[in-house]
Write a protein that binds this ligand. Structure first.
Ligand code: TTP
Ligand code: CA
Ligand code: CA
Length: 602
């Protein structure tokens, strides 16, 4: 049931509790004809498209196998991707290889490609070993880039933001608006008063293109639907046009590259992502405004990204709540009193409000990281050189590839980050001078210099040293010789597109896991140039992630297995590739800020 507050549009937002205020706006010509339909436009159409069983599909296509074959992708002794035919045998990512083979004796098992020291390229070796090899995700990155290229070709007017190795957000608002005006000439006849409401919307034939999330799912489950369908709105028509475009792109990708994908189409990124998993594989789902409350209310809020961690836990405990609907009884005032001003984004997300932009992130503002967890810790600095060389050749290869699309790329800075057993991680960085040839050796010798300064040499390092994690990375990657225009905005920090959508101040950025402000390691003068700031932030981000890593470990029971690779939101966002592994790190004190303060009080 919808709360009465929905009707009372005059009610002030901060007194409203249930608060689904904006799902049935009066749509006017002004909304439709706005020059730039921004993040507040009620006509926004946003999709999230996610490839099905992606690594498994990449291997299936590479090996030219029948799509119906059950196939899994293995990394060391873990499963990281399971094809849909293999899922029919009850196989999941949680299974051990042996159990999976027992469930399906004809299972095709492919190990991810790995680097060996001295090889310039990764390969599919017969018996890769985590003690000597390092995982390479390059093949998947390349396939991912091909998929994005098809998106750009088929829907050039849409804004596309790659969100992970197998996902992209698409903002269809502009192409959808163009189609609306073409198909419905009445909408193009603008009256004198732009605030005139649009005429009633036509009925929509959804066909079998998309699964349409019902308005009242619980009642529908109980029997034939008794809920009257709400009258269609022009935004629903807009969503249906977005769905047509999405179907067209998915079809092209399948025909040209062989990948099936699933998509969610709704009014913002958060809802698009949530509805993408409504029906899988090879399917797309539409979440209309009218269906938002019924879809969100029964959902476990800790399944929502950013509410999975300690913030979600604290909310659950504080309000004795588990579903999104449970939290709807908490007013904005109350939430902000307990969790700070910034918790407004939580209050909004629980009501399906998300104003973050879909924006292509240029390769220029990214860092490029390669890392390895060491199942056998390095106890002498000289032993670590082997891994530095492996990481250096991966970085060199990736920079070479990035240069194929953006010539002249060169990193400003090289960073080395190491974690030593029980101690906190530390990072060290230096300028990466330009040289004509970018070879693995050039990268490796810069890395080795940092290694000597930070870890030491066999003669100087402490006897009980144990390095459990090494990361080598580039930051401040810029196209040399590019004009100012090309580089504009390129050092904006990497967190500015997080779901809460809040810009960060000049001295730091907000952690997407705990909301704490991450500050540069050293105080920066206010007129510092962006490059220096970015370089200072890389180390700070790593240290903060490390702090989370330590906290996460401290929470795990001692016998639990290591967390799956790429499981933290941050890790999955960056372009790093790392191996799963375990290690133990001592907790470190940090001054809490923002939402984190709440935890400090407890
Ligand atoms: P997902 O999109 O989470 O999963 P998927 O594509 O395999 O399956 P689905 O059809 O349900 O979307 O992840 C994309 C790829 O990322 C996946 O194929 C393998 C990799 N991955 C890991 O390496 N480790 C992990 O823990 C997860 C979740 C994914
Ligand atoms: Ca996927
Ligand atoms: Ca995914």
């Amino acid at each position: 049931m919808l709360s009465p507050s929905r009707k009372g549009k005059e009610k002030a937002v901060d007194n409203d509790v249930d608060g689904f205020l904006d799902i049935n706006p009066i749509l006017t010509y002004r909304h439709l004809h706005a020059k730039n339909p921004g993040v507040r436009s009620p006509f926004r159409v946003v999709a999230l498209c996610d490839s099905d069983a992606f690594y498994a599909a990449c291997e299936r296509v590479r090996l030219k196998l029948d799509p119906e074959l059950p196939l899994v992708v293995q990394q060391w002794d873990a499963l990281i991707a399971v094809s849909y035919p293999a899922r029919k045998f009850g196989i999941s990512r949680m299974d051990k290889i042996r159990d999976a083979k027992q469930k399906c004796p004809d299972l095709v098992v492919v190990h991810v490609a790995t680097f060996r020291e001295g090889d310039p390229e990764p390969g599919y070796w017969p018996n890769p070993n985590t003690l000597t090899h390092k995982v390479s995700l390059d093949h998947y990155r390349r396939e991912s880039a091909k998929i994005i290229a098809v998106f750009k070709e088929i829907i050039p007017e849409a804004e596309i933001e790659k969100a992970s190795i197998d996902e992209a957000f698409v903002d269809f608002s502009i192409p959808v608006r163009n189609t609306l005006l073409e198909r419905y000439p009445i909408l193009a006849e603008v009256p004198e008063d732009l605030d005139t409401p649009l005429p009633p919307a036509p009925a929509i034939d959804w066909g079998d293109l998309s699964a349409v999330v019902p308005v009242n799912p619980e009642a529908d489950e109980a029997g034939p639907s008794t809920t009257p369908e709400p009258a269609p709105t022009w935004h629903d028509v807009a969503l249906s046009i977005g769905a047509e475009l999405m179907a067209k792109v998915r079809k092209e990708v399948l025909e040209r590259l062989g990948y099936t994908m699933s998509a969610g189409i709704s009014r913002n990124k958060f809802l698009a992502k949530l509805s993408a998993s409504y029906k899988k594989p090879n399917s797309q789902s539409v979440l209309r405004n009218a269906a938002i409350p019924g879809y969100l209310r029964p959902m476990q809020f800790r399944k929502i990204r950013f509410l999975g961690g300690k913030l979600g836990k604290a909310l659950a405990e504080e309000y004795d709540a588990s579903t999104v609907g449970d939290l709807h009884t908490i007013s904005l005032d109350e939430m902000q009193r307990k969790f700070g001003e910034e918790s407004v984004w939580v209050w909004e997300v629980l009501r399906g409000i998300d104003r973050s932009e879909v924006k292509e992130k240029s390769v220029l503002n990214k860092s490029m990281l390669a890392s390895k967890n060491l199942p056998r810790p390095v106890t002498k600095p000289s032993e670590g050189i082997h891994w530095l060389r492996v990481l250096a050749s991966e970085l060199a290869l990736r920079l070479h590839e990035a240069r194929e699309t953006t010539p002249g790329l060169w990193p400003k800075t090289i960073v080395l980050h190491t974690r030593r057993g029980w101690q906190a991680g530390r990072s060290r960085q230096q300028a990466f001078p330009f040289s004509r040839n970018l070879t693995a050796d050039v990268v490796s010798s810069a890395g080795e210099k940092l290694w000597r300064e930070s870890v030491g040499t066999d003669a100087t390092a402490p006897k009980d040293m144990k390095v459990t994690h090494i990361m080598l990375g580039f930051s401040g990657i810029a196209a040399l010789g590019a004009g100012q225009a090309g580089i504009e905005g390129f050092f904006t920090n990497s967190n500015s597109n997080s779901t809460n959508g809040e810009p960060s101040d000049n001295q730091g950025e907000k952690c997407t896991r705990c909301g704490a402000q991450i500050k540069p390691l050293q105080e920066l003068p206010s007129d510092v140039d962006d490059e220096t700031r970015e370089a200072a932030m890389v180390g700070a981000r790593l240290e903060h992630e490390d702090w989370h890593f330590a906290k996460d470990l401290a929470r795990q029971p001692p016998t639990s297995s290591p967390s799956p690779p790429h499981s933290s939101p941050k890790k999955r966002k960056s372009s790093s590739s790392s191996d799963a592994g375990n290690g133990k790190v001592k907790k470190r004190k940090k001054e809490p800020v923002g939402i984190a303060k709440y935890f400090a009080k407890k």
